[in-house]
Design a protein around this ligand. Sequence first.
Ligand code: GAP
Length: 454
Amino acid sequence: MPGDVVTMDKIVALCKRRGFVFPSSEIYGGLGSTYDYGHYGVLLKQNVKGEWWRAMVQDRDDIVALDSAILQHPKVWEASGHLAGFTDPLVDCRTCTQRFRADHLGDLQCPRKPSKPPGQGPDCDLTDARDFNLMFETHVGPVKESASVAYLRPETAQGIFINFKNVLSFARKKPPFGIAQVGKSFRNEITPGNFVFRTREFEQMEMEFFVPPGEAQQWFEYWQQARYDWYVELGIRPDHLVLRAHEADELSHYSSGTSDIEYRFPIGWSELEGVANRGDFDLKAHAEHSGEKLEYFDQATGERYVPHVIEPAAGADRAALAFLVDAYDEEEVAGEQRTVLRLHPRLAPVKAAVLPLVRKDGQPEIAREIVAALRPILAVEYDEGGSIGKRYRRQDEIGTPWGITVDHQTLEDRTVTLRDRDSLAQERLAIDELPGVLARRLAAPWRSPKLGAA
Ligand code: GAP
């Protein structure tokens, strides 16, 4: 297998070319660092979220789902500490009028002299750093006054804490148990960038796991490992994934311990997901600000306590980007270059493409019949446009693991060829065997071919 050929530019180009992700508002010149997901991008991100829901809720009986509102009472953000402390240090340049994160200056470029960081160009004139709150402010109702101020949520987690009591009263759970949520969050990042890695509008996949205080450390360790394993099971190469414990001076105000799962992106090792031990910070803060008791009473033992919280917090866009980067490959086949996304079949936007060799002789009709038979069990696409080689290339670039070709022989014996995206092996199978064979292969454990032979 060739070495790593992937760059962020190649990922951006492939995403545009194959309709995964487009720059947003493009016909109006774009709006910095916002993106729209096209057909295959939607399907890929949907599969990432689907696998997260499967691992977090469907495969367990100690976690329940929630979908809280994006707009919440402003007191939520007072209690959580976001109003006072969710800030980044900001500097302005009086010359070019651009704004920069004061703590990232070394990684940034002066717009007038890109070989230098901001502040070191000949004309740079930076202000002192000041705190900039990352929450997007808006107004609820028709009157813009201070009483109507609200915020777009900067994380999904708080929606879970403020529903702790509701969930406890209906879900018939006792600690340890968790509440999982997937949804949009908004942060007015000073320097977003690197494609969908850091944007101002993004989707999070967060789970708050409420535990008896004495079990917090054990569950913290459990969730670090479980979340690391989730990425590996879905094909991320283990040598591109690391668990890194935060130093004391990196910890958020609520955290008594955090480990980041970092992925080796083309921009370097960067956070993919954080797993934090939030202690009793959030439930106590919301109890204090709301006047509600947010605790657990164990009727069996007569014990009353505020559960501690372990939080695995992932980003759906960032995870999708990591899966794309890890899957991207190029190789030469019969003298021709091919680009291929070696995605785990469960993540692939399309699982099987059905391709009639020619657009006549009854082949399209049989191909359509196969599509109809497969559609109830997996995502399948019919494609009859262009040469067969071009159609394979297209499916390779969107990561379709299996190609089913209908040819002259199909009309005689109702067999087709089944092409494997990674090995390029072709086998001849009876049409009736396809649903069973593909369902079994989709459910089987998978190992990235980029790792070489086991
Ligand atoms: N509730 C804890 C929390 O929000 P975080 O580390 O700030 O923790 C969790 O965010 C995850 O959300 C990150 O690991 C990342 O995957 C994703 N994320 C955060 N900010 C993002 C941004 N501006 N753009 C894309 N994804 C982001």
